[in-house]
Design a protein. Structure first.
Length: 253
């Protein structure tokens, strides 16, 4: 039987006899294509410059710390105008400590038998498998106690089912991309669910300039706001203010 989300709660701080217990380790696993297309629907290109680590810290509950962030995607080199910002974004994510797992595109021909028209179609490969293997590997190695899966793709129901059956004590959270609902197949096996609100995306932006050992990564012009506001200097110390948390919807097993 699957596990269905039904009860809302805020994850409390874990304490016993006046002493704080170790925080639960949480991992954020992002279906890059699914999130990217959800952000495109807002028609605000600047939102693409999303800081996944900052977003993850807003998603996890009290009593948890973010230890793993994985982004699985692929670049389509045939569309250089769209791919260049994504190449830059990948470099920015890597500089911020995100593990980027890249697939590829396969070009193949298709045609209409009725009219004889022929065209070329690009199909993305590997990103779903890369994300599933990353979650499974982290779970098997004991690196996480909770997995937050950002996707609306029902293909990942198999991933969530594996975690539910092989690691029944693990918290598995279905995270709906902004503006989109949850996939019902995912919710059959997830222990909790939550959503990314547009406000959380706007509050989780990378700085315009990121200093790395290899140089400086600069936000693409195509992803700049029309009326940009100064971004924090990447050399400034991070803020210690803790962002408000989303509510989790969980089920009893």
């Amino acid at each position: 039987m699957g596990r269905r989300a039904s009860i809302e709660f805020d994850v409390p701080a874990v304490r016993r006899d006046g002493f704080a217990l170790p925080l639960r380790r949480a991992g954020l696993y992002v279906d890059g294509f699914n999130l990217h297309h959800a952000l495109l629907e807002f028609d605000e290109p600047e939102l693409m410059w999303l800081d996944l680590r900052a977003l993850g810290r807003r998603l996890i509950g009290r009593g948890e710390r973010l230890t793993q962030v994985v982004w699985a995607s692929a670049h389509r080199p045939q569309r250089r105008d769209r791919a260049e910002p994504l190449f830059t974004y990948e470099r920015a994510l890597r500089a911020s400590g995100v593990r980027c797992l890249m697939g590829h595109f396969v070009m193949h021909g298709e045609g209409c038998r009725a009219c004889g028209h022929v065209w070329t179609r690009a199909t993305e490969k590997q990103s779903d498998v890369n994300l599933a293997l990353a979650v499974a590997a982290d779970a098997m190695a004991g690196r996480i106690d909770a997995a937050y899966l950002v996707t609306g793709d029902g293909d990942h129901a198999a991933t969530v089912r594996y975690l539910a059956e092989a690691h029944p004590r693990m918290q598995v959270v279905s995270v709906a991309p902004p503006g989109r609902g949850h996939n019902r197949q995912l919710l059959r096996w997830a222990t909790a669910r939550t959503e990314i609100a547009p406000a959380h995306v706007r509050a989780s932006q990378l700085p315009d300039r990121i200093v790395t050992r290899a140089g400086v990564v600069v936000r693409p012009d195509a992803w700049r706001p029309d009326d940009p506001t100064p971004s924090p200097d990447p050399t400034d110390p991070p803020s210690t203010a803790r962002a408000p948390h989303l509510r989790l919807v969980v089920s009893n097993t």
